[in-house]
Design a protein around this ligand. Structure first.
Ligand code: KG4
Ligand code: ZN
Length: 349
């Protein structure tokens, strides 16, 4: 079965062609980072316009790289939410038009489920899975007792982890996106120099919170009268220490929650997905903690870590398979798929 995946929930226009849900024949992503860089964050209206400009070309490229024609696909999987509504609608409308013309089924995919499934593309995980999703827009922990079933364990009560990285970086003029920059600078800083503490809730909840760390970083910067870097200026020792300490505090928070959830749920695999999963300290800390306990930690490769459409096709595969089995054949079999809508706040569990 050949599937086209389409993802436009935020600032990446992406299309991918997969065979049997795991063999990636192509995976094309047009990043809008340069469009939004000057604003220090994604501007929704600009994002929608870029998606409109790029989508047709990106889908063409996905077919060209896969060596296939549009008429070779058996179905389409498209991101339905959560995300920026204007951006989501570009991908969804495009997918509907294609599904209509080709008379193939169209299944909606939750972007978060896509991130979780990105870890399954190249790894043979075993269930139950404890899935940590850490990106610029989301930070949440899910217990997945079997494929396609998710029980929410924890979510962030304020910023997403990636958003916190981005905001702290912006505050001191390090650039955008902040996560990879802080990751790089942290190599040269002292992770224990700024006294951040891991936030915990008194009600015993495993929820995350990063806004306190962000405020503590701001206070530390103000007390020392550190002014933001000017373009081209190198970060000095104080900013290197701030970067390293902030990164350590975010990673400590993520590990604290995952560790406590794992004690209760006894997962057979842990997956870490979303842009922040690229973070090197996060990887080494999780590997050493869970490695000692014999629980494998799986990450997607970086190309499947940040937003992409291969993960959407991978998540959509079992749904499309069922849809084709149930849907019957002949004209109009999949007409109801054209009624799908997008939802900015779509929940997973
Ligand atoms: O998954 P993604 O592309 O976006 C969303 O779906 O939200 O992730 C982007 C986020 C950004 O906030 C970026 O700063 C962060 O992931 N990020 C990192 C690293 N690489 C990307 N954060 C920490 N360390 C990294 N190495
Ligand atoms: Zn994402």
């Amino acid at each position: 079965m050949i599937i086209l995946g389409i993802e436009t929930s935020c600032d990446e226009t992406a299309a991918a062609v997969l065979r049997e849900g795991r063999e990636v024949l192509s995976n094309v992503v047009a990043s809008q980072v340069e469009v939004h860089r000057g604003y220090g964050g994604v501007v929704p209206e600009l994002a929608s316009r870029e998606h409109i400009r790029n989508i047709d070309y990106i889908v063409d490229r996905a077919f060209a790289e896969a060596g296939l024609k549009r008429s070779d696909i058996h179905g389409i999987a498209v991101t339905q939410g959560p995300g920026l509504i204007g951006s989501l609608l570009v991908g969804l409308s495009y997918a509907k038009a294609m599904a209509y013309l080709l008379e193939v089924p169209l299944v909606p995919v939750n972007h978060i489920e896509g991130h979780i499934c990105s870890a399954y593309i190249e790894n043979d995980v075993e269930w139950p899975v404890l899935a940590l999703v850490v990106s610029g827009g989301h930070t949440a922990l899910y217990h997945s007792p079997e494929p396609e079933r998710y029980i929410a364990v924890a979510r962030t009560r304020d910023d997403a982890a990636g958003e916190a990285f981005d905001k702290v970086a912006k505050m001191v003029g390090l650039g955008y996106p902040g996560g990879p920059i802080i990751d790089k600078l942290s190599e040269r800083g002292n992770p224990r120099s700024v006294p951040f503490s891991v936030p915990r809730f008194s009600d015993g909840s495993l929820d995350f919170s990063f806004s306190g760390l962000k405020t503590a970083a701001l206070r530390w910067v103000q007390e020392r009268r550190i002014s933001p870097l000017r373009p081209g200026e190198e970060a000095g020792p104080q900013l290197l220490n701030l970067a390293a300490s902030f990164q350590r505090a975010v990673v400590d928070t993520l590990l604290d929650r995952t560790r406590r959830a794992a004690e209760k749920l006894a997962p057979r695999s842990i997956t870490i997905t979303g842009g922040v999963a690229c973070n090197r300290l996060l990887r080494s800390e999780f590997a050493s903690f869970f490695g000692e306990r014999g629980v494998p930690v799986y990450y997607p490769r970086p190309i499947y870590t940040t937003d992409n459409a291969a993960m959407i096709a991978a998540a959509g595969y079992p749904k499309l398979k069922r849809r084709i089995e149930e849907g019957g054949r002949g004209p109009g079999s999949f007409a109801q798929d054209l009624e799908l809508n997008a939802y900015a706040n779509l929940g997973l569990a």
